[in-house]
Design a protein around this ligand. Structure first.
Ligand SMILES: [Zn+2]
Length: 304
C-alpha cells in the first residue's frame, strides 16, 4: 500500500502537522524570530548510500567525522553503511539530544560544556525545545551522560507488532521500491507486510502516544504512535482499532487487530507496519527491518 509518492507525502503532511504532541519543532519554527537561523535539526540533508560508499567516505565528503553520522543515524552504528539506506547529514559535527521533561537548554549547555548562547542560536532561538543539536560534541555509545544512545534507541522500539514470535510471521512484502503484487507496477512500499491471519492482535512496539487512530485512504484503519527520539510507528490495514488519539500506550499493549481495510498491497492477510523518523520534510519512512525485524525469515523472495 501507499504506492504513490504523493499519497505518502500527503499523509505525512496531514499527520506531521495536524496531529499529536510531537511536533514542537515545526511549531517553534513558526515563532522563530527572523534574526535567528533555522534550527540545525531542520537543515539536515538526506543522503542515499550508493554502492562503494562507506561510513568514512560519506563523512569525509561532508567534512564530518563518522561519529556524527552514527549519532544521527542508528542504522550506521554497526560501522557499516548499507547501500540504498537514506541517512541524515547535519551541516557540522555535533549530537542530537532529547531534553528531559524539566530540562532547559541552559542546563543541557552546562552538561555538555558548550556556550549557552551558541547552543541557543544553533537551535533556532527556541525558548523551550524538546530536541536540540549540540555542536562540537562527539557522539559515542557510552560517552553521553546517563544511558548510551544506542541502548536507548533500541529500547524505544524493542517490541514486535504481533503476538507471535518474529520467526513465525514472515515478511510478505519488504520496504522499498519494487514491483507491487496487486498492480504489477513499480512502486514504493513504505513499510513491511507481516503475515498474520485476519483478527490477530496488533501490539505497540514501544511506549508512546497515539497520534492518529482512524480511517486514512490507502492505509485503511490506521494507528499512528509517536515515540521518543522523533520516532513514529504506523499500523495499517487494520480490522479494528482499540486506542484513541492522545492515549498513552505501553510497549506490548494491544492497540487493535489485523484486517483488510484500505488498499492492501497483497491479498494474503497481513499487518502493514511502518517506522518513520521526524525530519524537516515531515515523517520519513525508514526500513522497519533496520530497527526491529532483523531475524525474520523470507520464505518467498519473489514477492518482493
Ligand atoms: Zn503494505
Amino acid at each position: 500500500m501507499i504506492l504513490a509518492k504523493y499519497s505518502t507525502l500527503l499523509i505525512t503532511t496531514l499527520l506531521g502537522i495536524g496531529l499529536g504532541g510531537g511536533f514542537s519543532l515545526a511549531r517553534a519554527q513558526e515563532r522563530t524570530p527572523s534574526v535567528c537561523p533555522p534550527p540545525v535539526l531542520s537543515r539536515l540533508v538526506r543522503h542515499r548510500v550508493s554502492a562503494g560508499e562507506t561510513l568514512e567516505s560519506i563523512a569525509r565528503a561532508y567534512n564530518l567525522i563518522p561519529a556524527t553520522l552514527m549519532g544521527l543515524n542508528p542504522v550506521l552504528r554497526s560501522g557499516k553503511a548499507p547501500v540504498g539506506t537514506e541517512i541524515l547529514v547535519p551541516p557540522f559535527n555535533g549530537i542530537r539530544v532529547e531534553l528531559g521533561s524539566n530540562q532547559s537548554w541552559r542546563e543541557v549547555a552546562k552538561q555538555y560544556g558548550v556556550r549557552p548562547d551558541a547552543l541557543y542560536e544553533v537551535n533556532g532561538c527556541q525558548s523551550a525545545p524538546k530536541v536540540v543539536f549540540i555542536p562540537g560534541v562527539n557522539w559515542s555509545p557510552v560517552a553521553s551522560p546517563g544511558q548510551s544512545p544506542s541502548t536507548q534507541f533500541t529500547r524505544i522500539l524493542a517490541g514486535y507488532p504481533l503476538p507471535m514470535q518474529p520467526s513465525q510471521s514472515a515478511i510478505l512484502l519488504s520496504y522499498g521500491w519494487g514491483v507491487q503484487p496487486t498492480t504489477g507496477e513499480v512502486g514504493f512500499h513504505s513499510g513491511v507486510d507481516l503475515a498474520a491471519p485476519v483478527g490477530t492482535q496488533v501490539l505497540a512496539v514501544g511506549d508512546g502516544t497515539v497520534a492518529f487512530a482512524g480511517n486514512q485512504g490507502a492505509y485503511g484503519q490506521l494507528i499512528v504512535i509517536n515515540h521518543r527520539e522523533g520516532l513514529q510507528t504506523r499500523y495499517a490495514q487494520l480490522g479494528s482499532i482499540q486506542v484513541k488519539v492522545g492515549q498513552v500506550v505501553k510497549q506490548g499493549q494491544v492497540i487493535g487487530t489485523t484486517g483488510t481495510s484500505g488498499r492492501p498491497s497483497l491479498t494474503q492477510p497481513h499487518l502493514h507496519f511502518e517506522v518513520r523518523s521526524r525530519s524537516s520534510l515531515g515523517w520519513v519512512a525508514e526500513n522497519p527491518e533496520t530497527y526491529l525485524l532483523q531475524n525474520i525469515p523470507r520464505p518467498n523472495q519473489a514477492t518482493r
